[in-house]
Design a protein around this ligand. Structure first.
Ligand SMILES: CC(C)(COP(=O)(O)OP(=O)(O)OC[C@H]1O[C@@H](n2cnc3c(N)ncnc32)[C@H](O)[C@@H]1OP(=O)(O)O)[C@@H](O)C(=O)NCCC(=O)NCCS
Length: 144
């Protein structure tokens, strides 16, 4: 298995991977141009795992100069529980640290038991004393 940075040329394959899971995609940020803009601003912190030239996992991560944020971590069903997710997240940690970032955040559906256990194993803590808030600035179409 090879881990390398995610490029916009991976978009179709990565998008196909995301479609298989409940990733909380929307029509603007997760469009080709949305992902291209994200990668333009964050070229070094998103990764894919490749097995025999096929994408077996992907993670989208960026930062704003202060905090890192992880999106859409996904491993193909046939390769789950092979530590690919762990390796992708470790790459993200190293990439963020290399850019001077000391903190990273993510959101995971409360009812995603496997996802929540995975993030706990990766060292993420629930911030029970904070309320997650969000406001759409344009009308978004969400694909669960
Ligand atoms: C969550 C996900 C990214 C984990 O990736 P993975 O490569 O399968 O996970 P790893 O093999 O690296 O597992 C690392 C640890 O996570 C935990 N974990 C992973 N999958 C789990 C599952 N199905 N149930 C319980 N714990 C799980 C375990 O503690 C595991 O360590 P262990 O095997 O030593 O106990 C992957 O299962 C996935 O893509 N799921 C669907 C999409 C998703 O839910 N993404 C996360 C939401 S943001």
């Amino acid at each position: 298995m090879k881990i390398r940075t995610l490029k916009i040329t991976d978009y179709d394959k990565v998008c196909a991977l995301w479609q298989n899971e409940r990733m909380g995609l929307n029509n603007i940020d997760d469009s080709r141009s949305g992902v291209e803009r994200f990668l333009y601003r964050n070229p070094n912190t998103s990764f894919v795992a490749e097995i025999d030239g096929e994408i077996a996992g992907a993670i989208l991560c960026g930062h704003d100069g202060r905090s890192g944020y992880i999106y859409h971590t996904c491993v193909s069903r046939e390769h789950q529980n092979e530590k690919i997710g762990t390796r992708l997240v470790d790459k993200v940690f190293d990439a963020l640290k290399a850019e001077g970032i000391s903190d990273v955040t993510l959101a995971v559906y409360i009812d995603n038991d496997a996802g929540n256990r995975f993030w706990e194993k990766m060292g993420f803590k629930d911030r029970d004393f904070l309320q997650y808030k969000n406001k759409a600035l344009v009308e978004l179409e969400w694909y669960d």
